[in-house]
Design a protein around this ligand. Sequence first.
Ligand code: PLP
Length: 485
Amino acid sequence: MKYYDKLIFDLSKEGRRGCSLPVRKWTAGLDELPAVLLREEAPELPQVSELDVVRHYTNLSQMNFGVDSGFYPLGSCTMKYNPKINEEIAAHPGFSGLHPLQPARTVQGALEVYRELARSLSEITGMAEFTLNPFAGAHGELTGLMVIRQYHISRGDLKRTRIIVPDSAHGTNPASAAVCGLDIVQVKSKENGLVDVEDLKPLLDDTIAGIMMTNPNTLGLFEKDIKEIAALVHECGGLLYYDGANMNPLIGKVRPGDMGFDVLHLNLHKSFSTPHGGGGPGSGPVGVAAHLVKHLPWPRVVELEDGTLDLVNENGGSCGRISGFMGNFGVILRAYTYILMLGRQNVKMVGPLAVLAANYIKESLKDCFKLPIPSVCKHEFVFDGLADQTTGVTTLDVAKRLLDYGFHAPTIYFPLLFHQAIMIEPTETESKETLDGFIDIMKHIAREASEDPDSLKTAPHTTPVRRLDETTAARQPVLKYKDIN
Ligand SMILES: *Cc1c(COP(=O)(O)O)cnc(C)c1O
């Protein structure tokens, strides 16, 4: 243990300061403030020098694991490399200095970026139009469902209050539907992991607002029956919602619009390379087919007759406002830069390379780990624990041991269809050497499980902190430095 490890959260020393302000200048105006606005006591803030603060945050950053420090195969999260030029563009003062209340005529460039990114996303997904206003995938889901609800209301079709969600769906799908006031109807998956069309058919009636699907689904499998599913749902008057957080493997290959989807969201912070994790920042643009454009939320960017761009704040039929302004503009800039830097030809390589990397790992490890669904996967796949299930070593142990070897753990115990799920998504940006290194270590861990299971059960051994009580950490987070003793 380094000596500052134990000090790291309690550096405060009475009277220590990071800067000194001229006393007279800052006390001069105080008597002009009404007494009710004045503090009676000084705020309780850490009292630290600038050097204390720099060391504190630099040390913390080195205790963390990021995609810039190592391989991060976190299934369902698409932890691809985020090119640094994205940051440079997002930090450009011409963008970062804008205020959201500036008149539209003074932010024509920003509005053009917004419109151009929307246009690129329309082309990539086969949708008619996009709003970039939602702040995350789940926020996009809610927005898309509000569009669907608005569509039914606008036709006087008020009975449609139920939405179908497959049992393999990402947890945000039923959650967003519930927030939107819809009742959730579950459709089962077959043995092979795909939606069971026979189970779907009897669910379809005139109370169904639509179905939420992701394709490839959360097991990384392409829903081959999507055309038939689309026809069935449309026939009963429902709409198809596409959870496009899993769009990465399809980019350049298949378009949800062509599969029959009416509404979708994308996760710019997954497929379009902007840093994510720890709750933000994100962006969940929503695309719609032509017949739903009028239900998109406002504000929206429109082109006036003289060619300038403007913002409109209302139109008939909109589902309303879902964000204060025009979304997470820094993320929009990063995604737009990413697409421009790749260019049309290279964008088409993203999906195929992501699929190749996932299948390469799957095939290389299927003798050491249990592979419940052996077919070709898309960008990710699921193991159900170790092939040898007699060792008592769990998925959690494997995940913790990976940290000792310098890899981030995959997603574990999700999806819920398997008890020992390990969900691996390598993305297209990793080299073959990195994939081989990961494969070697996973094989090594499988050997350790039979030869030295204790080294796994007590892992991790080399990280700044050992095995944590993650449930308590999430349920009772300690957010104030003062609470640490
Ligand atoms: C990540 C993810 C979401 C949610 O996206 P957030 O930006 O975290 O809200 C929804 N669906 C799927 C399939 C995802 O992988």
